[in-house]
Design a protein around this ligand. Structure first.
Ligand code: SF4
Ligand code: SF4
Length: 118
């Protein structure tokens, strides 16, 4: 299983904001009802503007089994966030989110151990 499917920490650690036009009541795909205005030009995923943050689109339990209920329509911010070392590139924000939720940071070994999907 992909490590993100057992994680979800980054969806429950930061404010996830993006240009307001990405919402589906403007020019984009992100369901507007799951967003809140957080600035003149920015919206955020509802729930990520609170403390502790948790995206309103996140299903499941962080660190166990999760899914994004709007995966195909998620914002550019979510699309740009990559798990650490997936393509050999570190991501300190991924590490920080996982640490916040008591999960070990991913390592290059995480991906070497991963079996190809059947
Ligand atoms: S929209 Fe999906 S990928 Fe983005 S923060 Fe929410 S649950 Fe995570
Ligand atoms: S914190 Fe990292 S491993 Fe966890 S869901 Fe986000 S990108 Fe994936």
């Amino acid at each position: 299983m992909h490590p993100c499917r057992r994680c979800g920490a980054c969806c429950s650690a930061f404010r996830v904001s993006f240009y307001w036009g990405e919402a589906d009541d403007a020019y984009g795909l992100v369901p507007a009802g799951l967003t809140v205005q957080v600035g003149r030009h920015l919206r955020a995923m509802v729930g990520t503007d609170r403390s502790p943050p948790r995206c309103g689109a996140l299903l499941g339990d962080v660190g166990e089994a999760v899914a994004c209920s709007i995966y195909e329509n998620r914002s550019s911010t979510c699309r740009a966030f990559h798990p650490a070392w997936e393509d050999g590139i570190p991501n300190p924000e991924c590490d920080r989110a996982r640490t916040r939720h008591g999960l070990e940071p991913l390592t290059p070994e995480t991906w070497r151990r991963r079996k190809p999907a059947a």
